[in-house]
Design a protein around this ligand. Sequence first.
Ligand code: SF4
Length: 379
Amino acid sequence: MSSIYLHIPYCDTKCCYCDFYSIENHDSKNIFIKSLIKEISTSAKIYSDKEVVETIFFGGGTPSLLEPNELELILNSLYNNFTISDSSEVTLEANPGTVNLEKLKAYRSLGINRLSFGVQSFNNDELIFLSRIHTGDEARDAIKLARKAGFDNLNIDLMFSLPNQTIEKLKFTLNEAFSFSTEHISAYSLIVEPNTPLFKLVQNKIVSPLPVDDDAKLYNFILDQMSLNGFEQYEVSNFCKPGYHSRHNSNYWNHTNYLGFGPSAHSFWKNNFENAKRWSNHRNITKYCDDLENNISPISMEEFLTKKDLSTEFLFLGLRSSGIDLNKMNNIYDKNISIEQKEKIQNYIQKNYIELNNNFIHLTKKGYMVCDSIIEQLL
Ligand code: SF4
């Protein structure tokens, strides 16, 4: 069982906060698709007979800039080179400003069965601040069209902790999101990443980030509203209706093997827990395509992970998401944190940050609020 991620590195315009690898010039699209297909078939020679692929995720960038015939070429290459499960989850990230009914219907008929819309906000002033290419109305239309095209598994990405954001503004966006009864909502706090236009605005004191206390209040409000509207929290930023967690993201958090194709894409593979490797591709479309054209690997970074590295990640990823089976951790990694960190865990349980059931620990709502600090203490 494994996962495949494909990085489609094109956007119409770059959002001010974004540090994902993407470019605004689309002239290289044909050569990129050719290179991507070559990377898929080359990788398949090593990995295709090892595991059945359970999830495929088109991320970016803006994968919904791909025309259906371009997407079909890539999917055909995946299906010809790998064993894909009949029940696979196939997700495509879509920017609401780039879709219409015809395109969405074509995506659905190609086997895409989950769409993730980068909505971020339904307030137009916030969308302008974030330099998104769509309005709130265009986001509403795109979600309705996706339903019309037959998608019954939709995610909406939202962003909070925007400068000067109030509870009222967030409430408006959340209520709009709930009105579409989507199966999944992700809500991310705005992070000011280095090397972004937003970073410069903050450095030059043109924009002031929201104070930490206000960020916590907004997050707390989100947790309450999600719960009131029937969403389960299964990761710090991810909420779903029962049964609709993102299988792809959950695989990342479970240490499932995954292969990433495209510039800047990351991969992780372990043959056993003693022999694990992570690698990533060049974050440059020209270098990526040239290397593949010249039969050179497009990998720019490769690291080997020890059992200790893996156990640290297991704890970190497990606590941020649905929890940790302490017996499993002990069996696989020879790490018994229920003994090593007994006092701290008991303390967190008493203060209602952590729950312990049958040797399985998970964060409570109060625990998710201070997740990073709990992880730091336990590590
Ligand atoms: S559309 Fe997405 S990937 Fe593209 S710049 Fe905006 S946030 Fe980044």
